[in-house]
Design a protein around this ligand. Structure first.
Ligand code: CDP
Length: 211
């Protein structure tokens, strides 16, 4: 069983995906990390994240062992990620890893949950359960701002909002796998929902799709 979760930045995809994975004993892949790692690799090499040649090389050499690096959680990494992710060669370099994770999550897992921007549309178009998690721009910026504060990262709300707007605009307008809900996805606007509400709705939807 594959659960595909997509949506814009800071909509709560990661929190939801982790809870579903734990509850159902599914393996979890945060696909944003692949793009973040690629973007950071380019920056470390002193390259431009919009340079297709360097970005593709970086995508082919990322190491899942480094996915815990806190540097990948920064806004610099997010912004570089959204630039490399618009390059078709980068997306195709990362596609096999994601597809094989979904098909063979390994261990004793009963299935896989992947979250990102194009899981339901490109990576796992046949996933039986697809969720598109969204919320208003202001709510999402506030959630990200709070998350940064809790992690002790100094930030300015207006800047967080601006960065998010730019990133969403880039992710939605690119021609390679743009951010969009699959036709058969359950769309949840979580602006006025608690994390528990979202979790409960998602679980009952998945249970329905599992039968
Ligand atoms: O955590 P947040 O939602 O802010 O970002 P993320 O999921 O870690 O993704 C970072 C960036 O990677 C996004 O802004 C997208 O540009 C890109 N991405 C993508 O293109 N396709 C995916 N499946 C996942 C992320």
């Amino acid at each position: 069983m594959i659960v595909a979760i997509d949506g814009p930045a800071a909509a709560g995809k990661g929190t939801l995906a982790r809870r579903i994975a734990k509850e159902l004993n599914f393996a979890y892949l945060d696909t944003g990390l692949l793009y973040r790692a690629t973007g950071m690799k380019v920056l470390h090499l002193g390259g431009d994240p919009e340079d297709a040649v360097i970005a593709e090389q970086a995508a082919r050499s990322i190491d899942p062992e480094t996915f815990n690096d806190p540097a990948l959680r920064t806004d610099a990494a997010a912004s570089a990620a959204s630039k490399v992710s618009a390059i078709p060669a980068v997306r195709s370099a990362l596609l096999d890893f994601q597809k094989s994770f979904a098909a063979t999550p390994g261990g004793s897992y009963q299935g896989a949950v992947l979250d990102g921007r194009d899981i339901g549309t490109v990576v796992c178009p046949n996933a039986p359960a697809k969720l598109f998690i969204t919320a208003s721009m202001e709510v999402r910026a506030e959630r990200r701002f709070k998350e940064l504060q809790e992690r002790g990262v100094e930030s300015i709300y207006a800047r967080v909002l601006q960065d998010m707007k730019e990133r969403d605009e880039r992710d939605s307008s690119r021609s390679a796998a743009p951010l969009t809900a699959a036709d058969d996805a359950l769309v949840l606007d979580t602006s006025d929902m608690t994390a528990d509400d979202v979790f409960a709705k998602a679980l009952s939807y998945i249970a329905e799709k599992r039968d």
